[in-house]
Design a binder for this molecule. Sequence first.
Ligand code: G3P
Ligand code: MG
Length: 233
Amino acid sequence: MLIFAHRGASFEAPENTIAACGRALDAQADGIEIDVYPLEDEWVVFHDRYLARLTAHEGRLQDFTLAQLRSLKVFGQHPIPTLDEVLDFVGGRCMVNIELKGADITRGLTRHLRRAVERAGFQPQQLLVSSFNHHWLKQLKEDHPEQSIGALTTSCPLSYALFASELQAWSVHIDVDFVTSEFVVDAHQRGLKVLVFTVDEPQDMLELKRMGVDGIFTNHPALARNVLNGLYV
Ligand code: G3P
Ligand code: MG
């Protein structure tokens, strides 16, 4: 079962920072999940639409200039990285799942992905773009059919994973509260990987492994590694 560090190893370092990515690599995570917003000609790595939870500033991320945002610190200490900075830092040492939060995906996302392959040492299949907005994924897939995408859901739809196969996704990412064996079987029959978020409890990790899911997103990849290796008692 693949272990994705959710927002980096965000149990150990502030989420979506280079420090959290470093802790994820230390934990030998198979992948790192980050959240991104487009801002000017860059993509910035941040989860919330508003800045207040993570920085000392109020207001909406997309109302800041890139220069202003780059001067802020997460919890007074950690810069908000750009997508390129994270990809350069990870450098192909594990997968990166880029979750599109606010998107205008014509805004050069694929330029950054291509750069990661050409200059940062990634294999194309190590880069997985996901979103709850399936329209963005559809557009991305139409423009770049070779790009691996992951379709996110917080529900267990009546048609199970049909929406993800219609998008020609590589994977379907489902909330731990709603994943069922039936959903996993249906997704697998469609040739989709099933990745489950956000899984921090050992009991859930073991149950999902028994259910046959292909991966989890966890804030605590070191714990997950121990649990899945049978080292957690
Ligand atoms: O990509 C999985 C998970 O990160 C989706 O929810 O809100 O934590 O970005 P959220
Ligand atoms: Mg996310």
